[in-house]
Design a protein around this ligand. Structure first.
Ligand code: HEM
Length: 459
């Protein structure tokens, strides 16, 4: 089972007659609306919304936001050109991602940028990344000493950043930069999330330590990207990689794209790529510790597929249970747990009227944990992705990489490295929680454990 095999065919077409206004979700407070509940426990709040309707209105202070709660309508939303990338999530990310990169651009610029980056992520490009992915997955296990406490946050960031940077930007030198990038990203994503849910505007410009730390990390991230671009140019080399494709990209008039766009493109690829994969690796380590029976099953599978040799790229396709562990971990803890869109015109979702300019929000976390889509919905059950059971999963109920024109370009790239990392660490170690570990869910721009500390024990 892969995430791909539960991808959908066609969405529901919104009706045009007899459209209704979506109901207001219950529990709005005077002035604050639903804001307090959303800030206090966003996952529980988003997960409860389907009980109020397929599309519901939320009041966030004076603002109305529309939440979509069914798998079918999230698919319709993602596939409908009446909705573009915009809204509070994207506005809060703009300081990081810029306005000219692929993750935030819309319209013709976005289509042109997708054409530039797509070849680096195509299925037939992935084997070329195999050796780096293998090397990094094994390097991770070689750094760990039996019985020593592993700080899973920094280790997961490290492997994610190194794989993205080495595969897509062909950086030598990545060690020092990977550490810098990891530390900067952790600070920046924390600050971005705070700015999104508590929009206090000018207060974030005051010289408080947290604001200074945020500004320093953001500036260093942009500096790092400038260094990477400048070094490649100075080297005079043009390897066949994503960075070369970005440096040589042309705009719609056939002119070279500007410096700002090159910069924003590198940031827009490297940063979402690192944060999402790192969070997922943390959850994978967490499930291996929490479910020793699956850790053992993964180890046995890896051994039987590899015949006891180090696991490699060529084995990934045969690692059925390992892949299913990855998919199931992503179902319960999707790195990207919330997404927003903005309606560009008066339009419809299902039977509901959506006015031009409306912000729409939905949560892959809520969708992927819904008991209307999954039996024993909260159980960690990788076998639900065996073909005979996966066919019962409703369309769009498992789309951690989204669908449509904004679908993550990196689904194959990500799934391959996640399976390889899971296989490599499980072949060598079993895991148990170390003192001080806190695997409760930390909600930020992505979901990850608060502070996962594990001990690796050889089998
Ligand atoms: C977009 C998830 C890894 C680069 C997205 C979107 C999702 C997503 C859900 C769509 C956002 C939307 O619909 O608004 C994930 C997950 C990952 C992952 C769950 C890993 C577990 C990566 C990696 C890279 C990457 C490794 C690059 C190295 C991007 C880019 C976009 C994107 C550039 C923007 C695409 C566009 O707007 O056209 N990702 N992603 N992602 N992702 Fe990923």
């Amino acid at each position: 089972m892969t995430v791909e095999s539960v991808q959908p065919q066609t969405p529901a077409t919104p009706g045009t007659s007899a459209l209704r206004e979506p109901p207001l979700a219950q529990g709005a407070l005077p002035f604050l609306g639903h804001g307090l509940r959303l800030v206090r426990d966003p996952l529980a709040f988003m997960s409860a919304l389907r009980d109020h309707g397929d599309v519901v209105r939320l009041k966030l202070g004076p603002k109305t936001v529309y939440a979509v709660t069914t798998p079918e309508l999230t698919g319709a939303l993602a596939l409908n050109p009446d909705f573009k990338i915009d809204g509070p999530l994207w506005e809060s990310l703009e300081g990081l991602l810029g306005k000219e990169g692929v993750a935030t651009a819309n319209g013709p610029r976005h289509r042109r940028q997708r054409r530039t980056i797509q070849p680096a992520f195509r299925l037939d490009a992935i084997p070329g990344y195999g050796p780096v992915m293998e090397e990094e997955a094994h390097a991770l296990t070689e750094r760990w000493r039996p019985g020593e406490t592993i700080d899973c946050t920094s280790e997961s960031f490290r492997v994610a950043v190194r794989i993205a940077a080495r595969c897509l930007l062909r950086g030598e030198y990545m060690d020092e930069r990977a550490e810098r990038l990891s530390a900067d990203l952790a600070t920046v994503f924390r600050g971005m999330y705070r700015r999104m849910v508590i929009p206090l505007g000018p207060l974030y410009r005051l010289p408080f330590p947290a604001n200074r730390e945020f500004n320093r990390a953001l500036a260093d991230l942009h500096l790092l990207v400038d260094e990477i671009v400048a070094e490649r140019r100075a080297s005079g080399q043009r390897p066949d990689d994503l960075l070369t494709a970005l440096l040589e990209a042309k705009d719609d008039n056939g002119d070279p794209i500007g410096e700002q766009e090159i910069h924003d493109q590198v940031v827009a690829i490297l940063t979402p790529g690192s944060e999402t994969v790192a969070s997922t690796v943390m959850w994978l380590l967490q499930v291996l510790a929490e479910h020793p029976e699956h850790a053992e099953k993964v180890r046995t599978e890896v051994e039987s597929v590899t015949g006891g040799r180090p696991v490699g790229f060529e084995h990934v396709r045969s690692l059925t249970h390992t892949n299913n562990v990855v998919v199931e971990a992503m179902r319960l803890r999707p790195a990207v747990w919330i997404l927003t869109r903005r309606a560009v015109t008066d339009t419809a979702l299902g039977d509901y009227r959506i006015p031009a300019g409306a912000d729409i929000v939905y949560s892959p976390y809520a969708i992927q944990r819904d008991d209307r889509s999954y039996d024993r919905h909260l159980d960690f059950d990788p076998d639900r992705w065996l073909p005979e059971r996966a066919k019962d999963v409703p369309k769009y109920a498992m789309s951690p990489f989204s669908v449509g024109n904004r679908k993550c370009p990196s689904d194959h790239f990500s799934m391959t490295q996640l399976s390889l990392i899971t296989a490599a660490v499980s072949a060598k170690y079993r895991f148990e929680p170390a003192e001080g570990s806190d695997d409760t869910t930390r909600v930020g721009i992505t979901l990850r454990p608060h502070n996962l500390l594990l001990r690796a024990r050889p089998w």
